[in-house]
Design a protein around this ligand. Structure first.
Ligand SMILES: O=C(CO)COP(=O)(O)O
Length: 141
């Protein structure tokens, strides 16, 4: 499965902790992230992550494009609800596209844990059936 990992600055520690805790599961999948989030996950967990632009420079939109092409299976986006972001329209657009395409989206730790445990249990196998085998969208991740 293709999994996007994104966190705003105040949530990056939380996402790195999440990625560390679930490294065993995440390492079986293709991971994608916005720029700074991806760097931190790679440096602090050792996981391989394909990095897009930083969020304010278009990273959310790049991930949104994959969602719109049904090539992203899960989005874990720990957004910061207490801090205004300069690229708020991009954030809203990504969340909207997840809803348009019924892509499982977790915006907080509680939901992310349920999602990752469901992934491990095979609850998301329907996505492979619907979309075909994922993982070939970007070879050099
Ligand atoms: O701003 C972001 C998501 O909206 C995250 O971007 P970075 O991972 O580059 O900090």
């Amino acid at each position: 499965m293709n999994i996007a990992l994104i966190a705003h600055d105040n949530k990056k520690d939380l996402l790195v902790g999440f990625a560390t805790a679930y490294k065993g599961i995440l390492s079986n999948h293709n991971l994608f992230a916005t720029g700074t989030t991806g760097s931190r996950i790679m440096n602090e967990t050792g996981l391989t992550v394909h990095r897009f632009q930083s969020g304010p420079y278009g990273g959310d939109q790049e991930i949104g494009a994959l969602v719109a092409n049904n090539k992203m299976d899960i989005v874990i986006f720990f957004r910061d609800p207490l801090t205004a972001q300069p690229h708020e329209p991009d954030i809203t657009a990504l969340i909207r596209l997840c809803d348009v395409y019924a892509v499982p989206l977790a915006t907080n730790l509680g939901t992310a844990e349920i999602l990752i445990k469901g992934l491990e249990r095979g609850d998301l196998a329907w996505r492979t059936i619907v979309n075909g085998k994922s993982g070939e969208i970007i070879e050099n991740n």
